[in-house]
Ligand binder design. Structure first.
Ligand SMILES: [Zn+2]
Length: 142
């Protein structure tokens, strides 16, 4: 898998949002099957984070809720809500760019949440295009 290629797509998605967060979901064959950006303000939905938006779209489109062997790429370390949603959707791989420090999110690290699901383990890897993701977040949060 080309992690940087998919993270660049997540960065493009982040440009469209109310806040600088973007995500894409990639199928086991390496195809982007869903995209999401932060929609919290526009949709008056506090749960409309990039990852959750991408998961909701994918579930609706695919008419299922189990995405084993899929991967999520997010420009930022996921909050506890989004990490839990990925675990419930059985998305096996989660790649993120910027760590959550300085973000307004609940400061519960993704690796803590990822390890708390009894029946399912997720492969969590950070720092994919970390500099680009951190700079974009800083720029767009101003
Ligand atoms: Zn979130």
């Amino acid at each position: 898998m080309n992690h940087e290629k998919f993270m660049k797509e997540a960065l493009k998605e982040a440009e469209k949002g109310d806040a600088p967060f973007g995500a894409v979901i990639v199928s086991p064959s390496g195809k982007i099957v869903s995209r999401g950006h932060d929609n919290v303000i526009t949709s008056n939905d506090p749960s409309a984070h990039a990852e959750l938006t991408a998961i909701r779209k994918l579930c609706k489109k695919a008419k299922k809720r189990d995405f084993q062997n899929y991967s999520c790429y997010s420009t930022s370390e996921p909050c506890v809500m989004c990490m839990a949603a990925c675990l419930k959707a059985k998305i096996n791989n989660f790649y993120y760019g910027a760590p959550m420090e300085k973000s307004a999110s609940l400061q519960i690290r993704a690796k803590y949440t990822a390890g708390k699901f009894r029946k399912f383990k997720v492969n969590l890897i950070g720092d994919i295009l970390k500099k680009e993701c951190s700079e974009q977040r800083e720029k767009l949060l101003r």
